[in-house]
Design a protein around this ligand. Structure first.
Ligand code: ARG
Length: 455
């Protein structure tokens, strides 16, 4: 394809380092879509004949069907998907195939293909996030009244509800989705027609190809168009943050499904057994979701490092972009699907959650608040008095509601019987009815809002 000025072919090592066909064949469909749009435009602008344009477009469809049927022989000698496709087109239609590459270069071609591929991944991740949010909403709805411990420092802090905890993840995944939607809007400019770097002398119509490929407009600077990989970096950034969220949730599921916590039962469909310990049921899917963030973050750092310091415009370094995005996208989609399946199937263990919610003096703040509200104590004093009661209960090895009124009054003489009403976990969660708080009524309002948005 480019051998005109060369006397010798490439060394085998050169071919090995240079060829990208082993991985960029994943963009075959995008490459053919881009070339078909380009050929139609060349014909419409009278740069090639209508007859040649048609022959090229038809021939490309044949190439695509060969690839899809697994009948295509990819060749390393032809370096990449672009030249593999064009070479096969030449076998099929002869001379007109040589006119396809008029007014473009592999530099704008690869940028276009890769953008189309990445754009599909944004769309797939957005639908994956929608599916995950929907199963979380079902969990939240069904468990809106289930009381569980809320933690800070993984120490019991205050009672919350299962619904509230599920909805926290809905908020996180909704931000992931919105980040992806933002990035998708920003990336949707067509590089096609930027040619090698400077644009082209042929009277091409970049609006036409942009429109045909679903781009909002052609990119406005040809140097930028062929050297920009922000869209890939943004995909990887969005994927990293999303994978971080997935890993946090996965970690909770690992902890929650342990015999020590027993907060949740994961389904057999998303667990595995041990080959030596017959009693084991391991949360492998959760563990692997927790781990996937490692390779996704790795891909982000790899591509940031590849792009750093590259002069304008295209450099071959940029060929290393694809494997990072391919691997991260595969990992993310799988992690999203596994999490969705796992969350859809899991069953909260209502009794353990409730029992655990009452542990660790989780209603101590409610007691302090009662002292403020009913006795008019300044919060700091109420905090101190409550601390003394916690210490007393701890020394006796009992929970706060098990202290007698007399013992309560040692912290403040005016404490009366009605204090016991705020020490129960149901009262505790019901009282936190501030906007965004854990009270079931509040959470139900949030569930309704998200149900409306995700319809
Ligand atoms: N396989 C190359 C890539 O992925 C295509 C672009 C090659 N351009 C060039 N001028 N050699 O980046």
């Amino acid at each position: 394809m480019w051998g005109g000025r060369f006397a010798a072919g490439p060394d085998a090592i050169m071919e090995a380092i240079n060829a990208s066909i082993d991985f960029d064949k994943r963009m075959a469909q995008q490459d053919i879509e881009g070339s078909r749009a380009h050929a139609a435009m060349l014909a419409a602008c009278d740069i090639i004949s209508d007859k040649d344009g048609e022959a090229i477009r038809e021939g490309l469809l044949t190439v695509l069907s060969e690839i899809e049927a697994g009948e295509f022989t990819f060749s390393k000698e032809l370096e990449d998907i672009h030249m593999n496709v064009e070479s096969r087109l030449k076998d099929l239609i002869g001379e007109p195939a040589g006119r396809l590459h008029t007014g473009r270069s592999r530099n704008d071609q690869v940028a276009t293909d890769f953008k189309l591929w990445t754009r599909d991944q944004f769309d797939a991740a957005i639908s994956g996030l929608d599916a995950l949010m929907k199963v979380l909403l079902v969990q939240a709805e069904e468990g809106a009244d289930i009381v569980m411990p809320g933690f800070t420092h993984l120490q019991v802090a205050q009672p919350v509800t299962w619904g509230h905890h599920m909805m926290a993840y809905v908020e996180m995944f909704a931000r992931d989705k919105s980040r992806m939607e933002d990035a998708r809007v920003r990336m949707n400019e067509s590089p096609l027609g930027a040619a090698a770097l400077a644009g082209t002398a042929y009277p091409i119509d970049r609006d036409m190809t942009a429109k045909a490929l679903g781009f909002d407009r052609p990119s406005a600077n040809s140097l930028d168009a062929v050297s920009d990989r922000d869209f890939a970096l943004e995909f990887l950034s969005c994927a990293s943050i999303c994978a971080t969220h997935l890993s946090r949730f996965a970690e909770e599921l690992v902890i929650w499904s342990s015999a020590q916590f027993r907060f949740v039962v994961l389904s057999d469909r998303f667990s595995t057994g041990s080959s030596i310990m017959p009693q084991k049921k391991n949360p492998d899917a959760a563990e692997l979701i927790r781990a996937k963030v490692g390779r996704i973050n790795g891909s982000l750092v790899a591509l940031l490092t590849i792009m750093k310091g590259l002069p304008l415009a295209y450099s071959k370094d940029m060929q290393e972009d694809k494997e990072q995005v391919f691997d991260a996208a595969d990992s993310l989609m799988l992690a999203l699907a596994a999490m969705t399946g796992m969350v859809g199937d899991m069953k909260p263990n209502v009794d353990s959650l409730r029992e655990s919610a009452a542990m660790g003096f989780s209603t101590a703040t409610d007691l302090a608040d009662w002292l403020v509200r009913e006795l008019g104590l300044p919060f700091r004093d109420a905090h101190h008095a409550t601390g003394a009661l916690v210490k007393m209960a701890e020394d006796k090895g009992c929970d706060l509601p098990e202290l007698s009124l007399k013992e309560m009054q040692s912290a403040h003489p005016k404490i009366n019987q009605s204090v016991y009403s705020v020490l129960g976990v149901d009262n505790s969660v019901a009282s936190r009815a501030s906007y965004g708080g854990t009270a079931p009524d509040q959470v139900r309002q949030q569930i309704a809002r998200w149900n409306g948005k995700l319809k």
